[in-house]
Ligand binder design. Structure first.
Ligand code: G6P
Length: 615
């Protein structure tokens, strides 16, 4: 995780770096730092524990100008989040400075070797080992900085996105990547930016180059950009044009990104379906699968790999694809899948779901499945991300940048793509009737409007939030298509409000969680009037009999569950297969309001980061 940003040009670097760090703060916010380079002077370093705003207060009145610099916002891996472990890190002599996102896995052995040779480290980080190593190679092997960086990167095991500056080479900025993302912005008049994603760059230039793994970018003032591999092969930079709009990464009048993103869902789902769902022709086309259609149709099974909220979307996908298209589906935590020697064959289709497209475990699961010959399909939000590039085919979710750490609009966009996929498979395979197919298309087309209606008034959810904001535990129950939504509702609450919450299949409650139910336990039951409605009614009665407080998510006009529940939140009528797209909305809002009432930072919850690029 961690966010990195760097600037070389004619403007003052500090304000550009600070603004960039604010944009990247979703990637980690344990500490922050900036280093500025002025030719002929020592590199100046400003860093401290805490958020970017703490760094601003710390650097206030202290920093000197500089037209080249690097900035870092940290999510701690090696070493506690304190001032000394904050990035940037100096080399031993102070001649070099580095920012790093990733993990150097063999840092301990490299560190020991350097310590045996008398070198003394100032921090507990793996990053400091890397910059010491580079300086050592420079000195001992008489190499120039670029060659020393290459040699060092050939010795390290792990992931990195780094930028290095050198006091002795004040016109040079070097970036490199493997595993962690890195994008280079190409401005006018020899102005360059390097960052973990395009958000710090977008207002200065739309021209970017995405670095591939084991590539180094060499930016020397007054010269053309050079890209080489760490084995010194020349590469030709390929300039992409960014499509992202600046407004999409700002709060747009909302108090928090999370609330803005919840409210964006009607638009993001519409954008997602645009060009895919043609309601006049009653047709779905998914451009991303056309080339692989026959392989997909003949796949023995589908394996979905993902983490966190994306894994919950995968579970909804399992219900959809098995139910509608009758293809067996397994949903795997990417982190478990990659280490348990899974059986994967060339006849498998693996779907990797990831908002960021950078989650290390999901990326590794994709590489593993690819090496076994499976066809890999990606469902990613971030265009040009590592997972999107590593897959054979895919469909972007087009939700726009998601900044709030707790995923909301990316989740509904993922579920929308999975619904479209299931419909394409089912229609082509003839596993659903034409009438059902058309009903689902019409239903899907109406989802954005229905969410819009639901979002118009959330007073009731706010009222319920106020009653239960001090609870210590929450239970979320759902069945069938809404079991994954129970998991997602519980995850949202625990992520941002720090209340312990568990999601459970409603009937499984009897096998454990029922023991916890008393008058202090709020139980959120997702009970739309479809599928196993009668069964869930019995589960509600079981909770009621033990004094639990029931918050029920029901279909408009429901009376049965409503008569038993303490509180009722209605969702509009829709097909059972589409209910997850509606039932998740009040759960996002419930988590949001409770977290706000508890004084939590909803956009940057403690200990979390949006993009988990470490295992
Ligand atoms: C982190 C985020 C979650 C996200 C998960 C997977 O834990 O906080 O919101 O669901 O990573 O991320 P991905 O980008 O792969 O969807």
């Amino acid at each position: 995780m961690c966010g990195i940003v760097a600037y070389q040009g004619e403007k003052q670097a500090y304000p550009i770096l600070i603004k960039g760090l604010h944009r990247l703060e979703y990637r980690g916010y344990d500490s922050a730092g900036i280093a500025l380079l002025n030719p002929g002077e020592d590199i100046r370093l400003y860093k401290c524990k805490g958020k970017v705003s703490d760094l601003e207060s710390f650097a206030e009145g202290k920093y000197n100008g500089g037209t080249m610099g690097v900035g870092h916002t940290r999510w701690a891996t090696h070493g506690v989040p304190d001032d000394k472990n904050a990035h940037p890190h100096f080399s031993e002599s102070g001649n070099l400075v580095i920012i790093h996102n990733g993990i150097i896995e063999n840092y301990a052995s490299l560190k020991k070797e350097l310590q045996n040779r008398g070198h003394v480290f100032k921090s507990d980080t793996d990053t400091e080992v890397l910059i010491y190593l580079i300086e050592n190679i420079q000195k001992n092997e008489g190499k120039d900085l670029v060659s020393a960086v290459m040699t060092a990167l050939n010795q390290v095991v792990g992931a990195y996105a780094i930028v290095i500056l050198s006091k002795d080479n004040p016109d040079l900025m070097i970036g490199a990547k493997k595993g962690s993302p890195l994008v280079v912005g190409v401005g006018s008049n020899n102005e360059f930016f390097i960052a973990s994603d395009a958000t710090p760059i977008i207002e200065y230039t739309r021209n970017v180059v995405y670095l591939d793994d084991e590539e180094i970018v060499i930016l020397e003032r007054g010269k053309e950009m050079k890209i080489k591999t760490i084995r010194n092969q020349d590469k030709t930079p390929y300039v992409h044009e960014l499509e992202m709009q600046l407004e999409t990464i700002e709060k747009g009048g909302f108090d928090h990104f999370m609330l803005k993103e919840i409210h964006e869902q009607p638009r993001s789902i519409r954008d997602n379906m645009r060009g895919r769902l043609n309601i006049d022709l009653r047709e779905v086309t998914l451009g991303g699968i056309i080339d692989y259609q026959s392989k997909i149709m003949n796949a023995d099974r589908i394996i979905i790999v993902a983490c966190g909220t994306s894994w919950h979307a995968g579970l909804v996908g399992e219900y959809l694809i098995e139910d509608l298209a009758r293809i067996p589906v397994e949903v795997e935590y990417a982190s478990e899948f990659r280490y348990r020697n899974p059986i994967i064959t060339e006849k498998d289709l693996v779907i990797a779901i990831s908002q960021s497209g950078e989650t290390a475990d999901t990326l590794a699961a994709v590489e593993l499945a690819k090496s076994k010959g499976a066809t890999i399909f990606g469902i990613c939000n971030v265009v040009g991300s590592s997972i999107a590039r590593a897959t054979h085919a895919g469909s972007y979710t087009h939700a726009g940048p998601e900044i709030g750490v707790a995923s909301t609009k990316a989740f509904t966009a993922q579920v929308t793509v999975l619904t479209l996929m299931a419909l394409v498979f089912a229609h082509k395979k003839g596993t659903i009737s034409e009438a059902k197919y058309q009903q689902l298309l019409l239903g899907l087309d109406e989802i954005p409007k229905k969410i819009e209606e639901m979002l118009k008034s959330d007073d009731k959810i706010r009222y319920i939030s106020d009653i239960y904001k001090d609870a210590n535990n929450f239970l979320y129950l759902g069945r069938s298509y809404n079991f994954p939504i129970a998991l997602e509702g519980a995850l949202k609450l625990k992520e941002i409000s720090y209340i312990h919450a568990e999601g459970y299949p409603a009937a499984e409650m009897k096998h454990g969680p029922i023991a916890l139910i008393d008058e202090n336990m709020p139980v959120v039951v997702i009970a739309p009037n479809k599928g196993a409605y009668e069964k869930i009614l019995s589960n509600v009665q079981e909770v009621k009999a033990r004094g639990g407080k029931i918050i029920a998510i029901v279909t408009e006009g429901d009376t049965d569950v409503a008569s038993l529940a303490d509180h009722v939140i209605e969702i509009p009528e829709t097909e059972e297969e589409l209910t997850p797209l509606l039932s998740v909305i009040p759960l996002q809002l419930l988590a949001y309001h409770i977290a706000i009432m508890r004084g939590c930072n909803v956009d940057q919850p403690r200990n979390l980061a949006k993009s988990v690029t470490v295992e």
